[in-house]
Design a protein around this ligand. Structure first.
Ligand code: ADP
Ligand code: ZN
Length: 731
């Protein structure tokens, strides 16, 4: 080796691939050698696969059979810091390394040569004769100085056919050049003036700027009610990071949030950032992946997987709405993006800002313990004030069966309608009705593949399983007893509520926001923007609307069933309900008009409902923390879930029982195992699911013990085992 981390041609290197193998494979370094971290293509059987040079080879394989790396890709090597991050994230989540590498290479065509496209600029020669069309082309090019255009753009701007441009190219009056397709993103200017901050906001921004100037790791919990200016404040932290020449990443929970957000970024920095989400085109993903690595993207706004992009010099990660459950990936690789953001930043010497109106108990506890700094923004910006929150005691309301809008709520809505203001009805249930019941035999229609009930979706004219996505037509006769015309919807979904609202207010414009009612994320974004400009009087929304949208005309929020989240055995049920209700209530009265929130409940004296209404956050968190500490559950203890699944229920339980009996590795660290028990959704897509829960003390080496515990397991046939560290859902 001539320099550290460089392998001469022919040297043995270990290459980690994205294929499900349990180790890095040995290859010979290619002609010209390669660096550790180089992205390469290697032969594997008859195929060529993507990989990363992970280090020296092990040399434990027949040396004469070792093949050479096919080629080194034209992209900067994966930095040591990134390899370290992937390793430690894999250790924490007990994820195999190839799966981690797949997360870090989620862009198509990384191996392709940089694709080029033709661009057109002003040439030096004069055309032999001028026509109007030719003059217009040359004028466009002169007007826009050094800019280059694609053929289509230039022709369109000049209002000519492409053959006119091509004619000018032949004459040398226009130059045709090759330019790489993966263009850098427009430069963001942190020196542009931001909004004039209030005293509190400025103090918060200054604290974050100071943290960034240290160039070291640190996490700050930025807590403030909705509308207090958290976004304004953390954009100042982004500005400081860009001034330091480092990159910033803003993670947002829902793609629906980005429309409004991107406009704000553009207003602050003069250009749009890179946008990484599931709706981005393949070309765009590749461009972002490449530009982030080369430094051609200063700011990325994206969903949780943006955390695995190969940043050249990441200095700041914002996790907005840090309590949001969508940060925990519940299938594929099981990681919590919030925790992984902290891990990545600690390796990089970067800052993390966790922003929320209603932090998770984990972050709240970390701030209490002094591990995180904490900033509180208390006042709402401008005239906006927190809405009045009141319970509507449903026991005292006069409501017909099959109806859910109480007379009290109805009156509030009528007043808003009269004043030209908006009302929002929140219901966390998609579809028309959660249950379809046969009034002849009492049977509820279930999914053929899962232990879940089918939900009626009138909009789609089908029954749908929310577990596996299976749909079927709505039958006219009961599948169990065969009686015709007796099937009836039971309970409300957003579609049914929309029907009720329309019947109550026939003259109102009603908009329903549910993720499954829009063909694409873009269509949903467009709808949200329309609503914000006042193109609806009554908005109905599921979980989606609880997140950060700004509807200035909205002054009334009605929560149809505040009790919904209080049921169930989930340890975080109270926390979730508390957060969700406060977020939803925070939608009302974000501008000058004062808002009102009405919570329909059958148990107004429930402690969670009580805490929401009284606004006694500290009281709620304190009580919740004490309860969890007493139970030894997160964040005061550690937990892991083991999910076993397979088509044969006996086989799945046998494995579960075997694990429960052979728990010496767990007992050694004082951990307890519970189960096996059928997961509450015990069957998904025809696979039976069994769950074991492991509980350990806070400092216990849980991952190590889990690894030893499951090491002897050989998964036969279609049996699967998944480990879920820090499970969010308890089924
Ligand atoms: P949060 O992120 O806490 O919900 P935002 O940063 O979105 O709060 O602020 C709420 C609204 O108030 C936004 O429309 C924002 O532009 C505006 N706002 C907040 N602070 C200021 C300020 N100092 N000057 C002008 N507008 C502000
Ligand atoms: Zn199903």
């Amino acid at each position: 080796m001539s320099e550290p981390g460089f392998f001469e041609e022919g040297a043995l290197v270990g290459v980690l691939t994205t294929q499900p193998l349990d180790r890095a494979l040995d290859y010979r370094a290619p002609e010209g050698g390669c660096f550790a971290g180089a992205f390469v293509e290697v032969p594997l059987g008859p195929r060529r696969v993507l990989g990363v040079v992970w280090g020296p080879g092990r040399g434990d394989f027949d040396l004469s059979k070792i093949r050479a790396v096919s080629r080194v890709l034209d992209t900067p090597p994966m930095r040591e810091e990134m390899r370290d991050f992937l390793r430690r994230a894999a250790d924490y989540t007990l994820t195999p390394m190839p799966a981690m590498l797949r997360l870090a290479t989620r862009a198509p065509g990384l191996g392709d040569p940089p694709s080029m496209r033709k661009v057109y600029r002003l040439g030096s020669a004069e055309p032999d004769r001028m026509t109007d069309a030719r003059t217009r082309v040359l004028e466009v090019l002169r007007d826009y100085g050094g800019l280059s255009f694609t053929l289509g753009e230039l022709a369109e701007m000049a209002g000519v056919t492409t053959s006119v441009v091509k004619g000018l190219v032949k004459q040398g009056a226009v130059r045709e050049e090759d330019s790489p397709r993966d263009l850098p993103f427009p430069v963001l200017d942190p020196a542009l003036p931001g909004k004039a901050l209030t005293g509190d906001q400025e103090a918060a921004a200054e604290q974050l700027r100071g943290a960034i100037r240290t160039g070291r790791y640190g996490t700050t919990l930025l807590k403030g009610v909705t509308g207090s200016g958290k976004t304004e404040v953390y954009l100042e932290a982004v500005a400081e990071t860009l001034k330091q020449g480092r990159q910033a990443l803003v993670l947002l929970p829902e793609i629906a949030l980005t429309a409004e957000f991107l406009t704000r970024v553009e207003a602050r920095f003069g250009a749009r950032p890179a946008e990484w989400h599931s709706g981005a085109t393949m070309t765009e993903r590749r461009r972002i992946w490449k530009m982030v690595g080369e430094g051609g993207a200063q700011l990325v706004v994206g969903a949780r997987s943006a955390l695995f992009l190969p940043f050249r010099d990441l200095g700041l990660i914002i996790v907005d709405e840090e309590h949001d459950t969508s940060y925990k990936q519940e299938d594929g690789v099981l990681y919590n993006a919030r925790d992984m953001a902290v891990l990545r930043a600690s390796i990089l010497g970067a800052q993390v800002v966790l922003a929320s109106a209603t932090p998770s108990l984990e972050s709240w506890a970390n701030a209490e313990a002094g591990k995180y700094a904490r900033i509180d923004l208390t006042a709402r910006f401008g005239a906006a004030v927190l809405p009045d929150m009141r319970a509507v005691d449903m026991r005292a309301e006069d409501l017909l069966p099959g109806h859910w809008i109480s007379p009290t709520l109805r009156k509030g809505m009528a007043e808003r309608l009269e004043r030209g203001e908006q009302s929002l009805l929140f219901i966390n249930r998609r579809g028309y009705a959660p249950v379809t019941l046969c009034r002849a035999c009492g049977q509820q229609i279930g999914c053929d593949h899962c232990d879940a009930r089918m939900v009626e979706h009138r909009f789609l004219k089908r029954l749908m399983c929310h577990q596996c996505g299976e749909t079927k037509p709505i039958p006219t006769e009961c599948p169990a007893c065969g009686v015709e015309g007796k099937l009836a919807p039971v309970g409300p979904g957003i579609e049914r509520l929309a029907e009720e609202a329309a019947a109550l207010f026939p003259e109102a414009r009603i908009a329903a926001l549910s993720s499954d009612m829009f063909g694409s994320a873009r269509a949903l974004k467009a709808e949200i923007e329309k609503i914000a400009t006042g193109e609806a009087d009554i908005i109905l929304g599921t979980q989606l609307v609880a997140k950060g949208h700004n509807f200035p005309l909205l002054t009334l929020v009605g929560v149809i069933d505040a009790d919904l989240g209080l049921q169930g055995s989930d340890l975080r049920a109270a926390e979730r309900t508390f957060q969700l209700m406060r977020q939803v209530a925070g939608r009302a009265g974000r501008s000058e008009r004062r808002g009102e929130a009405l919570l329909q409940t059958y148990q107004p004296e429930h402690p969670v409902i009580h805490a929401i209404l009284s606004g006694d956050e500290a009281g709620f968190w304190g009580a919740e923390a004490r309860a969890r500490e007493a139970a030894g559950v997160p964040p005061y203890g550690r937990m892991a879930g083991i999910i076993l699944s397979g088509p044969d229920v006996a086989q799945v339980f046998d494995l579960g029982n075997w694990l429960a009996r052979n728990d010496a590795a767990l007992r050694r660290i004082g951990a307890q195992v519970f189960g096996p028990a059928p997961a509450p959704i015990a069957r998904v897509r025809g696979r039976h699911r069994v769950r074991l829960l492991v509980k350990a003390a806070k400092g216990a080496p849980l991952q190590d013990a889990l690894t030893r515990w499951i090491a002897p397991v050989r998964l036969k046939g279609e049996l699967r085992l998944a480990v879920d560290i820090d499970p969010q859902t308890f089924y």
